[in-house]
Design a binder for this molecule. Structure first.
Ligand code: FMN
Length: 200
């Protein structure tokens, strides 16, 4: 398996980085190939500018974006690790999606509507949240709702239908024991990914 792990967290001491460590470790334990894209460490500029959008619409893609797309092309498994910020991804990851998942690379328009071009990939989406599951429940918000922007809005649009996901709730207030179980659960999710078929 070739896994591209994208992490979007500004604090190297965060729980998100502990998740990253466990996920990378779990892939390596299976002898899978792993590449990590640390968007904050890279200082990835997230804003899709007017100039860049015009260029993309003319089919011109910069070297910076081509390099990111080559990583995606290389991978059969895309992993996203991020904290829920305002019910969505941190802006740096949202901007990475805006700029890298371009028309002609990740999707295209056809007579029959939008065609996703990344259908040979699978994805793992690991999200941490400050709120508890009960607090979200009181608002009528399910775990699935929190994953909608990334899993459906972005990945499904690009043709990725095989998405394994998990929201880890109340991360800042849970005990160390629970957080440690969360890390075990994340590693377990990676161990349970089928070995050879990204579409399975
Ligand atoms: C800008 C910002 C926005 C946030 N928005 C939400 C939110 O909408 N819902 C939520 O449950 N937690 C929210 N949080 C809390 C984070 O999700 C939480 O602190 C994080 O998941 C903890 O993991 P970390 O320590 O690895 O960053 C927000 C935090 C920040 C800094």
């Amino acid at each position: 398996m070739k896994a591209l792990v994208v992490i979007a967290n500004p604090n190297p001491g965060s729980f998100n980085y502990a998740l990253l460590d466990r996920v990378v470790g779990a892939f390596r334990a299976r002898a899978d190939e792993v590449r990590v894209l640390d968007l904050y460490q890279m200082g990835f500029p997230p804003v899709l500018s007017a100039l860049e959008l015009e260029a993309l619409q003319r089919g011109e893609v910069s070297d910076e974006i081509r390099e990111q797309q080559a990583n995606i092309r290389w991978a059969d498994t895309l992993v996203f690790v991020y904290a829920l910020w305002w019910f969505d991804r941190p802006a740096i990851l949202k901007g990475w999606c805006d700029r890298v998942l371009t028309q002609g690379f990740a999707f295209r328009y056809t007579e029959n509507g939008v065609a996703g071009l990344l259908g040979d990939k699978r994805a793992v989406v690991l999200v941490t949240a400050g709120g508890s599951e009960d607090e979200f429940g009181e608002m009528g918000v399910s775990e699935r709702d929190l994953l909608l922007p990334m899993a459906l809005g972005t990945l499904r649009y690009c043709g990725v239908r095989n998405v394994v996901s998990r929201v880890f709730f109340a991360v800042p207030t849970e005990s160390d024991a629970v957080r440690s179980r969360f890390l075990d659960d994340a590693a377990d999710m990676i161990h349970r990914l089928p070995l050879d078929n990204a579409r399975a």
